[in-house]
Design a protein around this ligand. Structure first.
Ligand SMILES: Cc1cc2nc3c(=O)[nH]c(=O)nc-3n(C[C@H](O)[C@H](O)[C@H](O)COP(=O)(O)O)c2cc1C
Length: 203
């Protein structure tokens, strides 16, 4: 079976979301034959764009700022418009994760925004694939998916704490997302070659 590359296109203002990006990377890398490329979209280079173009999957990640992805992520998303035109990311796998100070904090909107971005590019969205945790009297805040998201991984970190305080259950949930993305990307890997997608779409 061919190897795959999972790109993690993320941004983090103060380091909290970076912890989750690292966990997604760890999870993806645990699937044999998977390479991981970490791309800080706040400082994306020409080489980074080429790396993303060669990825089989791209996982979007951002803190939730003012109810959506951060300004840095939005600038990156706008900069993908040339690739929208050429369909360069058509049929890649996509997924997403976000983190914010409040339990909700409107971060569902950030995940929705990521899935919309993926759809505009013709990508295939991978959901979190976990039942919600922490929703019965016998459940625990240490459960996987403790905040009960379906669309992607949603994490909560206290506003007055540093990156070390990112919740272990959220880190573990992000690791799960990375594993799930890599697992499903492998299933797609033999079905398309990213380098040929543009030509196939144009035809
Ligand atoms: C400009 C700004 C806007 C924010 N907006 C929200 C928000 O809408 N909802 C929320 O729950 N937290 C909000 N927060 C808190 C951040 O989501 C939280 O501190 C997060 O851990 C930051 O992640 P980072 O360190 O990766 O940047 C905001 C923080 C900043 C600086």
């Amino acid at each position: 079976m061919s190897s795959i590359t999972v790109g993690i296109a993320y941004t983090s203002g103060y380091g909290h979301t970076r912890e989750l990006a690292n966990a997604v990377a760890e999870g993806a890398a645990s699937i044999p034959g998977t390479r991981v490329a970490m791309i800080d979209v706040a400082a994306v280079t020409d080489d980074d764009w080429q790396t993303l173009d060669g990825c089989h999957a791209i996982v979007f990640g951002s803190p939730t700022y003012m109810g959506s992805a951060s300004g840095a992520f939005h600038a990156f998303a706008e900069a993908t418009s040339g690739r929208w035109t050429t369909r360069a990311w058509q049929d890649k796998i996509a997924a997403g994760f976000t983190n914010s100070g409040s339990m909700s904090g409107d971060k569902l909107h950030t995940l929705q925004y990521f899935s919309m971005l993926a759809a505009q590019h013709g990508m295939h969205w991978i959901s979190l694939g976990l039942l919600p945790g922490w929703n019965t009297t016998t459940a625990s805040e240490d459960d996987h998916n403790r905040l009960g998201f379906y669309l992607g991984a949603g994490a909560q970190t206290w506003n007055d704490q540093g990156p070390d305080a990112v919740h272990a259950a959220d880190v573990s949930t992000a690791r799960h997302l990375g594993r799930r993305v890599a697992t499903h990307t492998r299933r797609f890997a033999d079905a398309f070659d990213p380098a040929e997608v543009g030509a196939a779409t144009a035809g």
